[in-house]
Design a protein around this ligand. Structure first.
Ligand SMILES: [Zn+2]
Length: 672
């Protein structure tokens, strides 16, 4: 998943810190239980997933069939999940599933064509992992069925009242399963180490359209009963469902946009290049293997930029800005159809295999469609952000990968490092081996590991065999080691240069020196990326008069571009530019995408006045926020240590307000 490259913040997976705030790793609870099955396969999971109770070395879900009623009034999904099971350990007697806040009504096994009840136990809830569901299955049945219903506040679902949608007529709901929220709406082996096919029958009110990460029919008629099939094997975090007043607009024969009626035309225009992106990626890395590729535009409360749900990427509406300048988000989600969905990390420890690889592929797609000048701007912006932030991270979390056998606090599993240092490492390899050889290698990698979940060591072994050994002398073991396991950014990292951003630097410097704004014929050509760079190079605070000058010229306050807003408003807040307050409150009320609003909240809570404003704005905004966003904002407010009231415009270049203001505050808690 991801947000636009423009400024790469933390991964979607940073939703982990929210979830795992209490996190002592639950490794002991999650691993195979030696008492229950003394003869489990030796060395079952070399790389156990500490975020799941499942025991996939003993039994694995092969296929899932859902039959669920989706009820907006009770905010629940209720019905059954039927699993076709592959028993790997012939002494196993239990099926262990992950659940969170589910009501389990009964469990049956298929025996001789009929269903017979099985005994089960639902353990107490662990704050991070949810409740372990242990099903007694001593005869190792091929099919087990769990009848259940979800809780109205399932962590992976958001239910929106009609007034919280664009159209205001029909309710809306959507899922966000990554990283470990699928278990809040389906009992599952909720680990990327298990892949399965699925089908679903969903019933709901007849005026609502339902979509899933499956074979959505562009011609489907609304009748309240929908069937889905997903014949390609997916890991659980790619389970997805959405329902609402959704209509379809095609982009090409195999791709199109689903959105609310009032949004669909604009969305289809903004994302008109999607087919070109698919074709460009296929030319680089081989065929798209998921048949259709559609986009679903979610309400503004979607907490992330995008989520790569297979066949149907979920997309924030905040990238629809009218000039396609933020469509690298689409490139990112599409890229996941190769890196992530096709070749998947085996646990969040190997996050860079999903997100670093995807960020690299995303940049290649952007380059293929919009040219090197544009992709270079995106490299520079992402790397500047990483360089700014990495020094403030604990050293252990600055590494791309964890050496095998090293325990990891999941809090530290994924960050900007996975995305941007990961992409940078791959760019380094591309430079050393040459684009042709590296492209051939990557294409082979996607083929070789297609529909598998792998570790960093699997990648490394494959790279040794198919890249390093084939072209000896291009990289040293020490270099690879430093990239994967070392802190910081290696000295030999290739540097990106962007002449276009160089012009922006000159314009900003010129203005700071002379107060003369750059000529309109220059700035009128600027893309979002150039404006972001213009703002990012500003000092921590500016005199109010200078903010007024910028605002009069460029109308930053009230901008409909959230990427600009998330940079302008913190600067305005730190500088005591109270004229922006009303627009700031409107901004955080109207959008729930964490990456965009968390930096604004973080800037607000640094002063007593700002904290009061933040609390008031949050109270108003809260009913429209996703639970993930609510948790993030609550944390910012709870951690607030306001240092004083808004300074009356300190001198330019003054340090950030508040001694404890982290230098990376803009990025810190924000994710996608
Ligand atoms: Zn991603």
């Amino acid at each position: 998943m991801r947000h636009p490259r423009v400024r790469v913040l933390r991964a979607l997976l940073l939703l982990f810190p929210v979830l795992l705030a209490l996190s002592a790793c639950k490794r002991d609870q999650a691993g195979p239980d030696p008492v229950a099955a003394p003869s489990a396969e030796p060395a079952a999971m070399v790389d156990a997933d500490e975020h799941s109770y499942a025991e996939p070395a003993r039994v694995a879900i092969d296929d899932l069939a859902l039959d669920l009623a989706l009820d907006f009034d009770t905010k629940t999904l209720a019905g059954s999940a039927t699993y076709a099971l592959q028993w790997k350990d012939q002494t196993a007697t239990e099926l262990v599933l992950d659940t969170r806040a589910l009501v389990i009504e009964k469990v049956d096994a298929e025996v001789d064509g009929g269903w017979q009840p099985l005994e089960f136990a639902l353990a107490g809830a662990d704050a991070t992992l949810g409740s372990k569901l242990t099903i007694q299955a001593p005869r190792r049945p091929e099919k087990v069925r769990v009848s259940y219903r979800t809780s109205p506040d399932a962590s992976g679902l958001q239910w929106l009242a009609p007034e919280m949608t664009e159209g205001g007529q029909l309710p809306f709901m959507f899922s966000q399963s990554q990283q470990i929220h699928a278990r809040s709406w389906v009992p599952l082996q909720d680990t990327p180490q298990v892949r399965y096919t699925y089908s679903a029958r969903i019933t709901t009110r007849p005026d609502v359209m339902v979509l899933m990460s499956a074979d959505n029919d562009p011609e489907a008629t609304r009748d309240g009963e929908y069937s889905f099939s997903m014949p390609q094997r997916i890991p659980s975090y790619l389970m997805a469902i959405a329902a609402g007043d959704l209509v379809f607009k095609p982009i090409s024969g195999r791709s199109g946009v689903w959105a609310e009626p009032s949004m669909v035309e604009r969305a289809a225009l903004e994302f008109a290049d999607t087919e070109k992106m698919i074709a460009a990626t296929e030319a680089l890395y081989g065929p798209y293997r998921w048949e259709r590729y559609d986009l679903l535009v979610l309400p503004p409360s979607f907490p992330f930029g995008g989520m790569e749900n297979p066949r149907l990427s979920f997309i924030t509406p905040t990238v629809i800005v009218g000039d396609k300048s933020l469509v690298s988000l689409i490139a990112h989600e599409l890229a996941h159809s190769w890196s992530g969905n096709l070749v998947t990390f085996s646990s969040a420890k190997h996050g860079w295999l999903n997100e670093g690889m995807t960020s690299y592929v995303e940049n290649r797609i952007v380059e293929a469609l919009y040219g090197e000048e544009f992709s270079d701007m995106e490299w520079v912006i992402a790397r500047d952000a990483l360089k700014r932030d990495i020094g403030d991270m604990p050293e252990a979390t600055q590494a791309l990968a964890i050496r095998p056998g090293t325990p990891l606090d999941a809090d530290d599993a994924l960050s900007q490092v996975s995305y941007d240092k990961g992409a940078w490492f791959l760019h380094f390899l591309e430079e050393r081996f040459g684009r042709e050889a590296f492209d051939r290698f990557l294409r082979g990698y996607f083929d070789h590991f297609a529909f598998q979940s792998i570790t960093t060591e699997d990648f490394l072994a494959y790279a040794r065999q198919h890249l390093f050994d084939v072209h000896p002398g291009k990289v040293t073991e020490a270099e690879i080691d430093e990239w994967l396991y070392g802190p910081g950014i290696p000295a030999e990292a290739p540097q990106a240069l962007s002449p276009r951003l160089g012009i922006v630097d000159s314009a900003r410097l010129g203005w700071r020196g002379s107060k003369q704004l750059p000529p309109t014929q220059i700035t009128s050509q600027w893309s979002t990326q150039e404006w972001l760079h213009f703002l990012e190079g500003m000092p921590e605070t500016l005199p109010v008069a200078e903010l007024e000058q910028l605002d009069q010229a460029y109308r930053f306050t009230g901008t409909s571009n959230g990427e600009i807003a998330m940079r302008w408003y913190p600067l305005a807040i730190r500088s005591g530019y109270a004229q922006a307050n009303e627009a700031i409150v409107a901004f955080v009320r109207g959008i729930g995408r964490r990456k965009l609003i968390i930096p604004v909240y973080e800037a607000l809570v640094e002063t007593h006045d700002g904290l009061a404003l933040a609390k008031a704005a949050f109270e108003q905004a809260r009913p429209g926020y996703h639970p993930i966003t609510t948790a993030s904002v609550e944390k910012v407010i709870a951690d607030a240590r306001p240092s004083g009231d808004a300074a009356p415009a300190p001198a330019a270049d003054a340090p950030a307000a508040g001694a404890d203001a982290p230098a990376a505050a803009d990025d810190g808690a924000a994710s996608n």
